[in-house]
Design a protein around this ligand. Sequence first.
Ligand code: PLP
Length: 410
Amino acid sequence: MAKPAYGAFFEKAVEKLHSERRYRVFADLERVNGRFPHALWHSPEGVKEITVWCSNDYLGMGQHPDVVGAMAQTALTTGAGAGGTRNISGNHHPIVVLEEELADLHGKDAALVFTSGFVSNEAAISTIAGVLPDCLILSDELNHASMIAGVRHSGCEKKIFRHNDLDHLESLLRAEDRARPKLIVFESIYSMDGDIAPIAAICDLAERYGAMTYIDEVHAVGMYGARGAGVAEREGLMDRIDVIEGTLAKGFGVVGGYIAASKLIVDTVRSYAPGFIFTSTLPPAVAAAACASVRHLKTSSVEREAQQRQAETAKRVLLSRGLPVMMGDTHIVPLLVGDPSLAKAASDRLLEKHRIYVQPINFPTVPRGTERLRFTPTPFHSDDLIHNLADALDEVWSALQLKRISVAAE
Ligand SMILES: *Cc1c(COP(=O)(O)O)cnc(C)c1O
């Protein structure tokens, strides 16, 4: 018997993406410390300077002197790697200090750091729900892939509620015995649309029906609240949420993920989650850099205020050109294209003709028919850069005959 034609299976899988116009092409970028949001693009025709408009380094903290300094200094004093898992020789001091800093940030007893936000969601949700007998997970339909992975991996029964729909969530909760363990998992800011969950009302429902709450604040930490702890901080709700999850890679500009919760919950995840136990600790230099970023943003609101201001300016300027901004109350500025080929063509033209880099967002990240360009203005995207962007988009929208909206008189 011939062996299976393995290559053909992979070819078919990749071909499927081409035929659906959602084959991913990565831009070969080189960040230059101190030049954000400018970067170098290693294009097929050589190296070109571009402006990055879709970075999740939302506040530019990845190039903040205190953060880069902490990373470089710590690498020089401690070396490159952690040398082990948390349990076996890798529990280095900078990660212990970072966890104390994160627990304090969220007003919780304890925090636990993972190698990424993805891993933190996958490991924490699956472990927490898995420990609760016959737990029912209630999950918002637009939750991030990492939360879905955690829900699946828990092996628990799940019910999906319509996005931010309190009536739907309540009807699902009401149908259950109050004594049955339940975990509501949701995000504060949904980053593809830039909308915000009704956190207080979800906490009310959790209390009424005896559920635990788990919130992903990945797109809010560093950026919302007086000390940068997120939307729950801004709304005075941190103590009503059982588990707060965040990333060190977006607003904080480094890498890593975490949860903050009671000592008992953190101890449980620490002791049972394979994704925490069986992997090496983040390097000391990374932990020290993240810690410097968290500390800086606890006391400095300059970055948060500038980000909000530039996001508002970008929305206003783009709308005034009739560009279809999907309006929300956050720092995210999505522009609807509605077709995967056109979204890709618009992105290619922006990069090749205008040296503006924004990645198209396609299915499965967003529903089919809502393909978009997603801009993330930072404190470093000046008014001039915003006007350059608007001019470039104007040209691209005309050249590709993309849909506009009617412009209300300003
Ligand atoms: C990016 C993201 C994550 C994963 O965080 P990383 O630190 O990048 O792994 C988790 N949740 C949401 C909502 C995200 O957008």
